[in-house]
Design a protein around this ligand. Structure first.
Ligand code: KG4
Ligand code: ZN
Length: 335
């Protein structure tokens, strides 16, 4: 049996994932989420994450080995940044071991760039140019993507949008990760009830900023806002959480609309964990329909962190292997 594919590994945060990709397709993907481990700490604990990756990788590798033969793969691709340093180190060390053992070339992959192309997994042709919005727990960046280059149009100046979701959810005693929890509660609140402040950049930059809104809510909570009563979250809390999600989505939509008009781009993509948000998807879908735009969203299994997107990017962009001894992690890698 001979494979022509890429074995891909992802350990940048709290998901351990291994995939086998062939041509433009993800043939197999096995992922182990650590959410339950980090939940008691209400956020990702880097050392715990790295220990979990260490435990999970051999288990996932056994599963993949029951499906394909590693020695017949052509290349290995691994996320080397951005992400949590101890978590990235485990994935890279493991991949170096595999590469040396099976004598395979090793390709370092940028995690955000992998998210950016994840809506197109399975496709050979990418609808260039497209506006790509990456919204995750660590990034909020909007790119103009052309065949030969990706241009950063706007990025967050402070918190990532997923981080803002998680921090506000924590104020209300909701479990980690907070994004899906706020998403679920959204229909229960009146999203017009609270007017939250709009971020204003003194230099009129079009960058994103979410920490002001988060601090505003934090001040409300510390100044006596009643979060709970005997029945659980108060109606006021549900209204505030809905108003918060509404505001974040407004900010994203506002920026997307601005750049779409300015650059006259017909193809729009959303990716990263927050792209799972039902209200954001609804708003983006409605807008695309009204304006006759094409909206691309990742398949459910490629929204939150996954190795499929890592292998796909390596194949799509024909990323080059590097000298194994020289490959290092880059926790702050901007591309
Ligand atoms: O892409 P991802 O899995 O990891 C990073 O690269 O950061 O994104 C995780 C983030 C978390 O902040 C989580 O709260 C958020 O995505 N998230 C959501 C939803 N599902 C995940 N945020 C809002 N609504 C959701 N449905
Ligand atoms: Zn991610």
């Amino acid at each position: 049996m001979s494979h022509k594919g890429i074995l891909a590994l992802e350990t940048s945060c709290d998901e351990t994932s291994i995939a086998y990709c062939e041509d433009f397709k993800v043939i197999h993907q096995v992922t182990s989420s650590q959410i339950k481990i980090h939940r008691p700490y209400r956020g990702v604990v880097p050392e715990l994450a790295s220990r979990q990756h260490l435990n999970n990788l051999p288990v996932l590798m056994k599963k993949i080995k029951s499906l394909i033969s590693i020695k017949n793969c052509k290349k290995i691709a691994v996320t080397t940044g951005p992400g949590l340093a101890p978590a990235l180190l485990v994935g890279l060390s493991y991949s170096k071991g595999l590469a040396l053992n099976y004598n395979l070339p090793l390709i370092p992959v940028n995690h955000i760039r992998a998210h950016l192309y994840s809506p197109f997994i399975g496709r050979k042709e990418i609808p260039y140019p497209f506006l790509g919005l990456v919204v995750s727990g660590s990034h909020t960046s909007l790119y103009l993507v052309e065949e030969k280059k990706e241009k950063l149009l706007a990025k967050t100046r402070d918190d990532a949008i997923g981080e803002a979701f998680d921090k506000v959810a924590r104020l209300f005693g909701l479990p980690y990760p907070g994004g899906p929890e706020i998403d679920k509660l959204f229909p229960k609140g009146d999203f017009k009830k609270f007017q939250l402040p709009s971020p204003k950049m003194s230099d009129k930059s079009l960058d994103f900023s979410f920490s002001g809104i988060k601090s505003h809510i934090s001040r409300m909570v510390h100044n006596g806002f009643k979060i709970m009563d005997e029945k659980g979250l108060t109606q006021n809390s549900l209204d505030l959480l809905s108003s918060f999600q509404y505001k974040l989505v407004e900010i994203l939509m506002d920026r997307l609309k601005y750049f779409q008009k300015k650059l006259k781009i017909k193809n729009i993509s959303l990716s990263g964990g927050v792209a799972a948000n039902k209200y954001l998807r609804k708003r983006a879908e409605e807008w695309a329909k009204e304006e006759g735009l094409n909206l691309f969203l990742p398949d459910r299994k490629f929204i939150t962190d996954n190795a499929g997107m890592v292998g796909y990017l390596a194949f799509l962009k024909k990323l080059k292997p590097e000298i194994i001894e020289k490959i290092d992690i880059d926790p702050n890698w901007e591309f």
